[in-house]
Design a protein around this ligand. Structure first.
Ligand SMILES: [Zn+2]
Length: 80
């Protein structure tokens, strides 16, 4: 029996996620305002500062402190 059902079509849907960092003051995750997919995230060298919505200070956005959070898929419903 040959099982080639899950062959790699190499055409994956690139999901956009939110780039988050952790506020060093409140230790809460904050959204940096940057959206990108995981491939772009891997190849992006972040070099910017973000105004924190938690403490109001400016934090460095760099690769080591940032991560990507994917939003759940919301089919054609936009809660305003
Ligand atoms: Zn902060």
């Amino acid at each position: 029996m040959s099982s080639e059902g899950a062959s790699s079509s190499s055409f994956e849907k690139r999901r956009i996620g939110q780039v988050l960092i952790t506020c060093p003051v409140t230790s809460e995750a904050i959204y940096t305002g940057v959206d990108m997919d995981s491939q772009e995230f891997e190849h992006t060298a972040f070099n910017m500062t973000v105004k924190c919505v938690r403490c109001g200070d400016q934090h460095d956005l760099n690769k080591t402190g940032a991560w990507l959070r994917h939003r759940p898929v919301n089919p054609s419903s936009s809660p305003v």
